[in-house]
Design a protein around this ligand. Structure first.
Ligand SMILES: Cc1cc2nc3c(=O)[nH]c(=O)nc-3n(C[C@H](O)[C@H](O)[C@H](O)COP(=O)(O)OP(=O)(O)OC[C@H]3O[C@@H](n4cnc5c(N)ncnc54)[C@H](O)[C@@H]3O)c2cc1C
Length: 464
């Protein structure tokens, strides 16, 4: 391949304690967590709004923030404050009010007690207001290009926006890009996909429909309780449509979620196989396939699914939903066995309970199983956020150090908020004390998190 060398002098526009790249759930947790801990914090986001998948990809509801037995809310902190603020403006329903196996939990049982239905427009507004109130500086419409390297440390980033190329210096940088863009370009080792063949979970184009008759949907599930028990919602509708050649999407069941607004449902039903979310040509193809699938699913819903006969298309996501790309290699790699055993870690910075949810990379199967193999609540250690080889960089959200299987559980939005908040807290403490993030005593991080409202199990209590 032909190459060119490109060199330019660019202005250093800012110097901050903590630079967060990516304004999704992890980035929001990180930026607000860092600002609450006293750091001068800049949050950089490529789109004109915050929220990541929760807004740009119309993904929702927030999966469970409760223990599997539904008794303890294990993800609190920034996540819970954001949900309560959205609820106050009618844009969300607190997870404590949402049981499993109802319309708002897509008639799913396992892992679906305590999901949070929310309105993506409320999310856009409330997430920005919360950042500003806590003192986070926002820089939207700005894309991360490259890390500024200082020996083996990340010392900030090269950014690009309508003002051109620019540099920001930072004591600690947090990669919340979901794709580990910062870490990968800084030379942190990473893995992609299943260990057997490198294939990743499929992409999905979310969309929303209005004018749905929820009573008719409820009636359908009274007649088909086995579809709830067998985790196969709407499978008889799919089979009927397949028999007539009216459903060609590789998907054997549907996740249709009633939203907080009357008659408005989110549709998680498309499935785009064989695409790599770090490859722009694949992403381009996925956007086109995804929107074609939306039209097929819309026709199918109207013709075959009770309650959806008169549904109207509200919107498709601005960006196709990408479930999985790079996972960094960190100081610890979380495994399925850790989640199943509910392993205790001395450096726990978050609890979560969502089960392993792995959509098949090759066909219509997979997703949350009904077996309940993960612990009632499991722990995520700080070392999963600390990359190997590179200093002054932390990683949070979908690209942390975990196996493909463990990531299938912790990738969802509530744990991403919690991991982000922990990374932001550690990054701020590192900047305040002049330490490498890996050298910040974890007890400081844990105590600060708990003081700020996070849950770290029954044994960690704030001491100051
Ligand atoms: C189809 C699908 C269905 C899902 N269903 C659910 C569900 O029902 N409930 C649930 O809780 N979770 C669900 N998830 C998982 C969840 O949405 C993600 O794993 C979660 O959003 C990860 O959070 P994050 O902050 O790491 O990444 P993201 O939400 O992807 O946020 C990353 C942010 O970084 C920005 N960014 C990326 N690169 C750059 C760059 N170079 N420069 C500047 N900004 C950048 C992006 O624009 C984005 O705002 C689903 C995911 C998918 C794809």
């Amino acid at each position: 391949m032909e190459t060119v060398t490109y060199q330019r002098e660019i202005p250093v526009t800012k110097t901050v304690d903590v630079l967060v790249i990516g304004g999704g759930p992890a980035g929001l947790g990180a930026a607000i967590g860092a600002a609450k801990t006293g750091a001068k914090t800049l949050l950089v986001e490529r789109y004109g709004f915050l929220g990541g998948n929760a807004t740009a990809s119309l993904v929702g509801p927030f999966m469970t923030s409760f223990s599997a037995d539904g008794k303890t809310q294990v993800i609190r902190g920034v996540f819970d404050e954001l949900v309560r603020r959205m609820e106050a403006m009618g844009g969300a329903i607190h997870p404590s009010k949402v049981p499993a196996a109802v319309a708002k939990s897509a008639y799913m049982k396992h892992g679906h007690t305590g999901v949070t239905p929310f309105d993506p427009e409320a999310m856009k507004l409330v997430s920005a207001e919360m950042c500003l109130e806590y003192g986070v500086e926002l820089l939207l419409h700005t894309i991360f290009i490259d890390p500024l390297l200082d020996g083996d440390a990340v010392a900030g980033a090269i950014l690009h926006n309508k003002g051109g190329l620019q540099a920001v210096r930072a004591y600690t940088t947090i990669d919340c890009s979901a794709d580990a863009d910062v870490a990968a370009r800084a030379g942190v080792p990473f893995a992609i996909g299943r260990s057997s063949d490198g294939l990743t979970q499929p992409m999905t184009m979310f969309f929303r429909v209005g004018n749905v008759n929820g009573a008719q949907v409820a009636e359908y599930f009274k007649e088909h309780p086995e579809e709830i028990e067998q985790r196969m919602a709407f499978s008889s509708c799919i089979k009927a449509a397949q028999a007539k050649g009216d459903f060609t999407i590789p998907r054997e069941r549907l996740s249709l979620y009633e939203s907080p607004q009357e008659g408005v449902w989110r549709v998680n039903a498309s499935r785009i196989l064989g695409t790599d979310g770090t490859n722009a040509a694949d992403l381009t193809r996925a956007e086109i396939i995804g929107r074609r699938q939306v039209m097929e699913i819309l026709a199918f819903l109207r013709a075959y699914v009770p309650g959806f006969t008169h549904c109207t298309l509200i919107d498709t996501a601005a960006q196709v939903g990408v479930r999985e790309t790079r996972r960094i290699v960190g100081e610890y790699t979380l495994t399925a066995e850790d989640l199943i055993a509910g392993r205790d870690f001395p450096d726990t910075i978050a609890y979560a309970a969502y089960p392993m949810d792995i959509h098949s990379p090759t066909d219509g199967g997979g997703g949350v199983s009904n077996k309940g193999e993960t612990a009632d609540a499991y722990q995520i250690p700080f070392r999963c956020l600390v990359p190997r080889n590179i200093e002054r960089l932390l990683v949070a959200g979908r690209c942390v150090s975990a196996t493909h299987e463990a990531l299938g559980a912790i990738r969802v939005m509530p744990p991403s908020f919690a991991m982000g908040e922990a990374a932001g807290t550690a990054a701020a403490l590192a900047a305040a004390e002049g330490l490498r993030p890996r050298d910040v005593p974890v007890s400081w991080v844990q105590e600060t998190l708990v003081k700020h409202g996070a849950y770290l199990g029954p044994s960690v209590r704030p001491t100051h």
